[in-house]
Design a protein. Sequence first.
Length: 217
Amino acid sequence: MLVTTSGERMSKRVSKAAPIEEVKDKREQILQGAMQEFLAQGFTATSMDRVAKTAGVSKATVYSHFQDKEELFVTLVERLAKKKFQLIMGSLSLCEEPKILLRQLATALIYQMSSDPEYMVFVRLVIGESARFPNLARTFVNNIAKPGLETLSQYLADHPELNIPDPEATARIFLGALIHFTLSQEVLHGNEIIPMESDRIIDSLTHLMSCCSACKD
C-alpha cells in the first residue's frame, strides 16, 4: 500500500541521536539518487541497492529513511507536485480578472511542463508504469493534477460573470486542453508531426472563456 506522507515514519526509523541537518542531508542524497535511478531505469528496474549506490550511502541508510521504493517514489511525487504547483500557481494573483489570470495560468503551465526535461521524463515514467502499478499513477494525479483542478474550479465558481454552469467541468476542459497539447507535443513527439505554437492554444482557450462570459441563458 502506498503511503502519502513519510515524515512520521522517518522520525521513527532515523536515530534520535543523529543531528537534524545530517539527517536532512542524507535524506536529500537518497532522494536525488532515487530520482536519477527512476528516470534512468524506470520504476521496476530500480532497486534500493541501486539507489544506495547512486546516492553514495549504505543500503541500511536508505532503509532508515524509506520503507521501500514505493515510498521513495511517493516522496518524489510530493516534492515535484509542490515545486510545480508553486511555480505555476504561486506566481498568479487569484484577485486578477479572469481574462488575465487564465492567460497567465495557461502560459505558466505550458512553460513549466515543456521547459523541464526531468519533469517530462518523470511523466513518461508514470504513464509507462501506470498499467502495472496503478497506485503510482493515482499518487501522481492526486498530488499534481487534483490541487490545480480544485484551485481553478473554485476560481471559476467565484466569478459568476463568466456565466459558467459547471466550473469543475470547465476547469477540466481548460487544463485538459493544455496538458494534452504539452503531452502530445513533447512526450509523444507530436511537434515533429502536428506542430503548433503554444500561443495559438492559449489565445483560443482564453477566447472560448470570453465567449462563455458573453453568452446569456
